[in-house]
Design a binder for this molecule. Structure first.
Ligand SMILES: C[S@@+](CC[C@H](N)C(=O)[O-])C[C@H]1O[C@@H](n2cnc3c(N)ncnc32)[C@H](O)[C@@H]1O
Length: 206
C-alpha cells in the first residue's frame, strides 16, 4: 500500500477578494462571530502566525502586497496549523477603503511600514491623513492601533498624523506591547541593536 503525503496548501489561508462578500467580516472569513484584527504589511508572516496562535479567540486578517511574501507567510501558517489567520493579496489602502465596513475591526497592527525616506517618495507612505481617517472609521470604539518603526523621522510623522486626526488617544507602550511577539524585521533590527519606536493608540468614542 502506498501513502501519498501531500504538502499543506497555502491557498487554504489566502482569501481571493473576488470570491468573498464585501464588506469582509469574521463570519464571512472564518465562519464565526469574533473580534476581527488586521495586520497591514505582514511580510513573511512571523508576527501574524505567532499572534493568531496566541489568541485563538480572535480572527486575524493580514494584508500584503508582495505576492512572494504573501505565499511564504501562507505556507508557514498552513504548516503551523493556524486556523484563525487569513491573508489577502492587495494593498492596505484597498483593504481599508473597499473591503471593510465602518466599525468592523477590533485591532490594527502595523509593524515596520516602509519609511520611504526620500522626500519625493513621502507621498507613498502609509501613514497619511486620509489613511488614518479611514482607520478611525473601520476600527470600533476602544480598538487598539499598534505601530512599530525603526525610522526616527517617520516615527514623528506617524505620531503627528495619528494624533492630528483627533479620534485616537495614546496608550502607554508598556501596556500595549507587553505580549506582542516580534516581527521578522524586528529580530533583524534587534540583532543590529537598532532603536525601535513603539506607538499605540485607542480609538475614542465618536
Ligand atoms: C518593511 S516590511 C515589514 C514586514 C513585517 N511587518 C515585519 O515587520 O517583518 C514592509 C512590508 O509591508 C508591505 N507593504 C508595503 N506597503 C504596503 C501596502 N500599501 N499594502 C500592503 N502591504 C504593503 C511590503 O511588501 C513589506 O512586506
Amino acid at each position: 500500500m502506498s501513502v501519498l503525503l501531500t504538502e499543506p496548501r497555502p491557498e487554504a489561508v489566502i482569501v481571493a477578494l473576488d470570491e468573498v462578500p464585501l464588506p469582509l467580516s469574521a463570519v464571512a472569513l472564518f465562519g464565526r462571530h469574533c473580534p476581527l484584527e488586521l495586520e497591514l504589511g505582514v511580510g513573511k508572516g512571523r508576527f501574524a502566525i505567532a499572534w493568531a496562535q496566541a489568541h485563538p479567540e480572535i480572527a486575524l486578517l493580514g494584508v500584503e502586497r508582495a505576492r512572494t511574501y504573501l505565499e511564504l507567510a501562507a505556507l508557514r501558517a498552513v504548516r503551523a496549523g493556524v486556523g484563525n489567520l487569513r491573508l489577502v493579496h492587495t494593498t492596505a489602502e484597498d483593504l481599508l477603503f473597499r473591503c471593510l465596513g465602518v466599525g468592523s475591526v477590533a485591532g490594527v497592527h502595523v509593524y515596520f511600514p516602509d519609511p520611504w525616506p526620500k522626500k519625493r517618495h513621502h507621498k507613498r507612505r502609509f501613514f497619511r491623513p486620509e489613511n488614518v481617517a479611514r482607520l478611525a472609521e473601520v476600527m470600533e470604539e476602544g480598538a487598539l492601533l499598534r505601530v512599530k518603526t525603526d525610522h526616527p523621522e517617520y516615527a514623528q510623522v506617524i505620531r503627528r498624523v495619528v494624533e492630528d486626526d483627533g479620534r485616537f488617544a495614546p496608550v502607554p507602550a508598556g501596556e500595549a506591547f507587553a505580549a506582542i511577539p516580534p516581527t521578522h524585521f524586528e529580530l533583524k533590527y534587534q540583532a543590529q541593536s537598532r532603536l525601535v519606536y513603539l506607538m499605540a493608540w485607542r480609538v475614542l468614542a465618536s
